[in-house]
Design a protein. Structure first.
Length: 483
């Protein structure tokens, strides 16, 4: 299965134009789009009264097609026009609708509403009658189906700057747009169906996270694997009263399949760590030189979970960067570079991963999140600046690589909003990298598995549960790896 591409509004418009230039008339694309929406509705809802709300552009044009096709199936359909159709294709689609128009302001008495007011290319916030309608419909999202995007939602950012339709189902065409995967857009769309309308494949560096993107390269053990060949991972422990977070990472790393996981602990914290470890090994260090020595032959190293925002943490990151290990830099190991992010960036490589939440992101990349059009753009620029993989955490976690690849996680789980879940994520990432997975894909796979595990548990989840939930998700992936 191919990775699920996400196209920007400009990219989808270009794909549209290419199809038309190659000989498919625009009205034919509109017919296919409308047919896909009608089909998705008929698959999900029993026959009921429908009100189709048509805007003046091609989104409205799709709406006239939906109206005609549902009426042909015997559904009671009324159409309301926000304004007369403007484009040639929308005019043609409207001309094929023979059911007349209902006044825009008439009472809303239908059981299902098709929002075909505006598409993803919306240039300015909804106003006037469209805004009023969006507000009225927002009271009944369960009976709203959006064509392409809920009207009012800008396709590239997913961040409405005014009234917006809230839908139970959104049918979009050819590929998702950023608005379907970024919050709050993702939430406003309800279920998203991507309909094939016969456009040619378009290139995109942006994908929606899911096993299609990385499962074929997942590092399953081979029949002749032994623990030394299954990846060596180290995790740096915090000081004696701050050791749990690193142990969570280490346990997660072991669960995710690394053959050997060692906790590298300041000597004064050895005894507290020793009383809480079984399969995870333990080694002490007192100086940065000893840390460097301890990490000399490992594949991946994690530093940051409860490491402490101290000079020690800073020099420990620099020591690990002198080894050949790929680094996962999280939490305190990010914050400790807030006064001089360049000092960190200068030692990073493209196989290293930074895992900031928005606050930590802002410490390394001041202002970038605010001044970027969206989280994807921010993460991409950050990855280029740092010359490393950046995983920007959130309900819509974005993973970006310096070469421009970006991936948005859409299975995010609210149950992950609990202390220590990030430490587990770092452990999952480090483990997959240690097992030889390319760092960008390792971060994508880890983020997806992490969220699946959280959903599996649901209410009452604590971070300690997550490593133990991973095997169920891994088994599903393992059984699905061939098909
Ligand atoms: N391949 C595809 O994806 C296909 C998509 N189709 C549908 O076409 C629309 C996009 O159509 P477009 O005409 O470009 O945009 P809109 O319908 O959203 O309307 C644009 C129209 O409205 C004006 N406008 C924009 N914002 C506002 C506003 N806030 N207030 C008032 N007026 C506004 C703008 O100036 C234009 O005049 C896509 O979503 C699909 O549904 C094709 O039918 C098939 C192929
Ligand atoms: K719409």
């Amino acid at each position: 299965m191919a990775a699920r591409k996400i196209l920007t509004v400009a990219e989808i418009a270009a794909a549209d134009r290419r199809a038309i230039e190659a000989g498919t008339p625009g009205i034919e694309l509109m017919e296919r789009a409308g047919a896909a929406v009608a089909e998705a509705i008929a698959e999900r809802f029993s026959q009921r009264s429908v009100c189709v709300l048509c805007g003046p552009g091609n989104n409205g044009g799709d709406g006239y097609v939906v109206a005609r096709l549902l009426k042909a199936r015997g559904w009671p359909v009324e159409v309301r026009a926000l304004a007369a159709p403007q484009s040639a294709d929308a005019k043609a689609a409207a001309a094929r609708w023979d059911g007349g128009l209902t006044a825009w302001e008439a009472p809303l008495e239908a059981r299902l509403y098709v929002d075909a007011m505006f598409g993803a290319g919306l240039a300015r916030p909804l106003s006037g009658d469209a805004a009023t309608m969006a507000t009225l419909l927002a009271a009944h999202p369960e009976s709203v189906v959006a064509v392409d995007v809920p009207s009012g939602l800008p396709g590239d950012s997913g961040d409405p700057h005014g009234p917006v339709v809230v839908a139970a189902l959104t049918v979009t065409f050819h590929a998702k747009k950023p608005a379907h995967v970024l919050q709050p857009g993702h939430e406003l769309c309800g279920e998203v169906v991507v309909a094939d309308i016969g456009l040619a494949e378009a290139h995109s560096d942006l994908t929606e996270n899911g096993p299609e993107a990385w499962l074929v390269r997942f590092p399953w053990p081979k029949p002749n694997s032994h623990k030394h060949a299954r990846g060596r991972l180290v995790v740096v422990s915090g000081e004696a009263w701050n050791t749990g977070a690193a142990r969570l990472s280490a346990r997660a790393g072991l669960r995710m399949g690394a053959g050997l996981v060692t906790l590298l602990s300041p000597s004064e914290a050895l005894s507290v760590n020793a009383t809480h470890l079984e399969a995870v090994m333990l080694k002490g260090f007192d100086t940065e030189a000893e840390l460097e020595q301890a990490a000399a032959d490992v594949d991946a190293a994690i530093i940051g979970p409860a490491a402490g925002v101290t000079e020690n943490t800073l020099v420990n990151v620099l020591a690990l960067a002198r080894t050949g290990a790929a680094l996962v830099i999280d939490a305190d190991a990010i914050t400790v570079f807030r006064d001089d992010p360049e000092e960190l960036f200068s030692v990073l490589d493209v196989d290293d991963v930074l895992t900031p939440h928005p606050g930590e992101f802002d410490r390394l990349f001041p202002g970038l999140l605010k001044e970027s059009p969206d989280r994807i753009a921010a993460a991409r620029r950050a990855a280029q600046q740092a010359d490393a993989i950046v995983l920007l955490k959130g309900g819509d976690t974005v993973i970006a690589a310096p070469d421009g690849r970006a991936c948005v996680n859409t299975n995010g789980s609210p149950w992950l909003a609990t202390a220590g879940s990030g430490d587990v994520l770092a452990g999952f990432i480090g483990s997959l990298i240690a097992q030889g997975m390319e760092s960008f894909e390792a971060a994508c796979a880890a983020a997806w598995i992490h969220a699946e595990a959280a959903e599996l548990h649901g209410p009452g989840l604590i971070a300690e549960d997550l490593p133990g939930l991973a095997p169920t998700i891994l088994r599903r992936l393992y059984e699905g790896r061939l098909g």
